[in-house]
Design a protein around this ligand. Structure first.
Ligand code: 8OZ
Length: 367
């Protein structure tokens, strides 16, 4: 007996139609091939196995070498990376899936060993984050950043625009701008990390400026109907904080609505943690935005069904369950049990814990 649910109804998203409302959230897996940070042949299998999701969003992919913060994360700035991603999008499309790439600049969450000529990572202000990254096979403190010069900001925007053009060339259906989780665009937006006194710091309008200018440049390159964004108003991830997130994110979403983005992907609460970590009115964002609202964080079938029925969201993104269940959509449909995920194989390594989780069919055949 299955409960009535909108989870498996199609949704029109700009020029494409998603087969269902189940989205594979972006998930960092650190399996790109060094030194070029090219998606590996295993990534082709991994995303292809998950193509029954209504939409796949790739792992965060840096828009430049400067935008990289961890070992072996893929990029979308070189010819080789574009060619690697093209194999991924071809496989997903062959299987009837749809796929966006997440465009990422980590800002201060990086390490000198990953930066051009071993330089300091860049940030809105020269304030270090408390936190670790994974480099050279081990965890290390993130490096102290330097503040971006005003004259460098157009180059940051240009790196996102170029990455969107590259994504187009690689066959993606669209892009998701990573505006969440304490990375560069979130660092600019939030006053815990941004102490600038120029046009990109101080007021809410100024702190939101970079995120909105990046969105505008990406929209100009590939169109608003193929541009989404991820935000996380109250997450403490990567040592980020803001003294008053509600008016900040109301303003940001008004700006995104004016640009006609196709969706906002909202991490409700603490990324991968409690949904109720801080008070925040997500309905206010939903109300302000005419595109699709994609909800994320700790959803299961029941909560997803409830939120869709109440029209509080259009799409639901699932993270960790998609790591261990390539056929998550089928399992949710059938009310079948889910495979457990193995944390030890989330980041780095090869096929183990990546492409070897069984589908229901494979599990039954093996019995
Ligand atoms: C886990 C490990 C490294 C990066 C994010 C891109 O939180 C990430 C990430 C997650 O958005």
């Amino acid at each position: 007996m299955s409960m009535p649910t909108k989870l498996f109804e199609p949704l029109k998203l700009g020029p494409i139609t998603l087969a269902n409302r189940v989205v594979m959230a972006p998930l960092t897996r650190n399996r790109a091939i060094a030194p070029g940070m090219v998606p590996s042949p295993l990534a082709v299998d991994y995303y292809g196995q998950r193509a029954s999701a209504g939409l796949l969003i790739t792992e965060a992919s840096q828009v430049s070498q400067q935008g990289q913060g961890y070992q072996d994360t893929p990029g979308i700035y070189s010819k080789e990376q574009i060619a690697g991603w093209k194999k991924v999008t071809d496989r997903v499309h062959e299987r009837g899936g749809r796929i966006f790439i997440q465009l990422w600049h980590v800002g201060r969450i990086s390490h000198t060993s990953l930066q051009v000529n071993g330089g300091a990572p860049v940030a809105p202000s020269a304030i270090g984050a408390k936190g670790k990254t994974f480099v050279n096979g081990t965890f290390a403190d993130v490096s102290k950043p330097r503040a971006l010069e005003l004259s460098e900001i157009p180059g940051i925007i240009e790196s996102f625009r170029k990455a969107a053009a590259n994504a187009n060339e690689a066959g993606f259906d669209g892009v998701e701008i990573h505006g969440a989780n304490g990375y560069l665009l979130d660092q600019f937006a939030k006053d815990g990390a941004n102490k600038r006194i120029d046009a990109y710091g101080g007021s809410i309008e100024n702190r939101a400026r970079l995120m909105l200018e990046v969105a505008k440049a990406v929209v100009a390159e590939i169109g608003s109907a193929r541009t989404g964004i991820r935000i996380s108003p109250v997450t403490p991830a990567n040592d980020i904080s803001d003294s008053n997130p509600q008016p900040l994110f109301d303003h940001i979403v008004d700006g995104l609505d004016a640009l006609k983005l196709v969706y906002i992907h909202v991490i409700e609460g603490a990324t991968g943690g409690p949904r109720d970590i801080a008070p925040f009115d997500y309905a206010s964002l939903r109300k302000r935005f005419s595109g699709a609202y994609m909800a994320n964080n700790g959803y299961d079938f029941e909560l997803a069904t409830k939120v869709l029925a109440a029209n509080e969201a259009d799409l639901i993104a699932f993270g960790k369950p998609f790591i261990s269940n390539p056929d998550l959509v089928e399992r949710l449909k059938m009310g079948a049990p889910l495979n457990e995920w193995d944390k030890a194989t989330f980041y780095g390594g090869g096929a183990k814990g990546y492409t070897d989780y069984p589908t229901l069919e494979a599990a039954e055949a093996a019995q």
